[in-house]
Ligand binder design. Structure first.
Ligand code: MG
Length: 174
């Protein structure tokens, strides 16, 4: 029987990018509690966003959706939809994982770069990797995560935003 997916490219790459403005909690600002890859931080500012504002999960979703040629997270889960108000972004990662599988692909590896001045990510890097790997059903060795600063310049360097880049490589599952 012919393989239904053999016409698909064997490998596909996707890039995901996200940035969230960081503000104090209400009433001083619109910041939500600071969370990255499902790990909460005790920090004076947090992301402004419709969902929980988890920029790492959002960029992971966009890398996976991009790799299989689907529109981005903003189109899949519009910020005009009250259903996503305060939503745990793990839900979006689970949906992207389903879409990847439905399109006949499995994750080879994911490389995540988080850019923020504060908080320091090194103490919780392993927890962030573990959360991503668990949500995607892959080994921790398939997920890499790097934290960088923006050398105190521009909005990210001044602590007014957090920025994330993700590259994902997928392979045809069959
Ligand atoms: Mg986002």
């Amino acid at each position: 029987m012919p393989d239904a997916t053999e016409h698909l490219p064997r490998l596909r790459i996707g890039h995901g990018y996200d940035l969230h403005r960081l503000e104090p909690a209400p009433p001083a600002g619109k910041g939500r509690p600071f969370i990255l890859a499902g790990v909460p931080f005790d920090h004076p500012v947090g992301p402004v966003g419709h969902s929980d504002g988890d920029a790492v999960y959002h960029a992971v979703v966009d890398a996976l959706l991009g790799a299989i040629g689907l529109p981005d997270i903003g189109q899949a889960f519009p910020d005009t939809d009250p259903a996503w108000d305060g939503q745990d972004s793990a839900h979006f990662v689970e949906k992207a994982r389903e879409a990847m599988a439905n399109h006949g692909y499995a994750l080879v590896n994911l490389d995540v770069t988080v850019i923020c001045e504060r908080p320091k990510l090194s103490p919780v890097k392993d927890a962030m990797i573990a959360n991503i790997a668990r949500l995607l059903g892959v080994a921790r060795t398939q997920v890499n995560l790097k934290g960088k600063t923006h050398e105190k310049v521009d909005a990210v360097g001044e602590g007014r935003a957090v920025e994330v880049h993700v590259v994902a490589l997928l392979a045809r599952a069959t």
